[in-house]
Design a protein around this ligand. Structure first.
Ligand code: AMP
Length: 401
């Protein structure tokens, strides 16, 4: 069974075609700069095999439909393609960012589901419309294939009321559903599940803290296989320090900046989402560049690293309290998988709580699941590569049975 996974953004589409018989990747690609004068369609056919082929086409991509059609042509190319025709695709899995309170699990896409995703647009005004574009194009291109929506928020729908409510007038929740939703749910669920398998115990018996550190960052407390708290909130801004997003700030910052710095709501929103985080602190948002700058004596870069890793450590402490006991901490995503320094600093000083890193095991980029804690660590520390595409494809298969 072949499943196409689509992650449709406002100006890009990421896609992956998987053969679910052995979960191998048949093709993986990206359509970029949709709607701009110069677009790019990149596709890796048969990655991870000797017959790998990388195709790059630079040309304008006026809209999502054009981009997706081009990508499908590459997948079906008679010489180089990986499928004979598009009917071979048995299902399409879509990453959808915000399911609000409507979706607790992956869902077969119907007109009602599209209406519910549309209803949640105010909660994710940048993401949900782009996800809907991807769904609409895929339904046109693959009219016979069932389409499945996998929501970034769904895994966190088990968070109890005392953890998802903000202490705000209750009408805001009742009338506008203002609450914590959380994101990166597919990634947190995937690495927590993989961790349980690696530990050889059922997920229902384990308490795990999952730490997703990429351009976006979030942490989740997973109790007996279920999310009970997570750092991202109503929008993907709260919590940890991210590439360009601030994470936690005093909410009174809006009033302060409006009154004292002549900024309006859009400017503040833009600043908190795009000009803050690591970039705000030191001008760099890629952790590799930050390490290079630190090596050259850049004090601002050192502070950015310290602020991010201190926040990580603080939330690990908070989630230890939320969980009561912890069996494992899992690091994942771009920084979590590749950056031993961030991992080490994020658990530094927690030895008395039974969290002990093995410096030698940690001193590597994690390409496959790796135990990073020392043998006397009460809490196991793992680096586990996330694989949201595979997680989405697996869920699509489950939904269509
Ligand atoms: P993601 O959003 O998961 O793709 O992660 C992207 C981020 O991972 C980049 O912005 C970098 O900060 C970080 N990253 C990627 N590769 C490395 C690396 N080798 N060392 C440290 N950080 C890395």
């Amino acid at each position: 069974m072949k499943v196409l996974v689509i992650n449709s953004g406002s100006s890009s589409i990421k896609f992956q075609l998987l053969d679910m018989q052995d979960e191998s990747v048949l093709a993986s690609g990206l359509v970029e700069r949709i709607g701009e004068p110069e677009g790019l369609i990149k596709c890796e056919l048969r990655p991870d095999t000797d017959a790998e082929e990388v195709i790059k086409i630079q040309e304008p991509v006026p809209n999502h439909e054009h981009g997706m059609r081009k990508a499908v042509d590459l997948l079906c190319d008679p010489d180089k393609g990986v499928i004979a025709d598009r009917n071979e695709i048995a299902a399409v899995g879509h990453r959808v960012v915000h399911g609000g309170e409507d979706f607790h699990q992956p869902t077969l896409i119907t007109e009602e589901v599209i209406a519910a995703i549309t209803k949640n647009v105010p909660l994710a005004p940048l993401h949900n419309p782009a996800n809907l574009d991807g769904i609409s194009v895929a339904r046109e291109l693959f009219p016979e294939a069932p389409q499945v929506a996998v929501f970034d928020t769904a895994f966190h729908q088990t968070i109890p009321a005392h953890a998802f409510h903000y202490a705000l007038p209750k009408e805001l929740y009742e009338n506008h559903r203002v609450r914590r939703y959380g994101f990166h749910g597919t990634s947190h669920a995937f690495v927590a599940g993989e961790c349980a398998k690696l530990m050889g115990r059922p997920a229902e018996e384990l308490n795990i803290i999952t730490v997703h550190l990429g351009n976006g960052c979030s942490m989740t407390a997973v109790k007996n296989g279920k999310s009970i708290d997570t750092t991202l909130g109503l929008t993907p801004l709260e919590g940890l320090v991210m590439g360009t997003r601030s994470g936690d700030v005093d909410p009174a910052i809006y009033a302060f900046l409006a009154r004292n710095c002549d900024m309006d709501i859009d400017q503040i929103d833009n600043m908190l989402n795009k000009e803050s985080g690591l970039k705000g602190l030191c001008g760099l948002n890629d952790m590799r560049d930050i390490h290079d700058a630190i090596a050259k004596g850049d004090e601002a870069a050192k502070l950015a690293l310290d602020v991010q890793t201190y926040r990580n450590r603080k939330y690990i402490g908070a989630y230890m309290a939320a969980l009561g006991s912890v069996d494992a901490i899992v690091f994942t995503a771009g920084i979590g998988e590749n950056d031993d320094i961030v991992r080490a600093k994020s658990v530094e000083g927690l030895e008395q709580f039974g969290i002990v890193m093995d410096d030698e095991a940690n001193a590597q980029r994690v390409k496959k699941p790796t135990l990073l804690s020392s043998s006397d660590s009460k809490v196991q520390i793992w680096g586990i590569p996330t694989n949201e595409e595979l997680a989405i494809a697996r869920q699509a298969v489950e939904v269509i049975g």
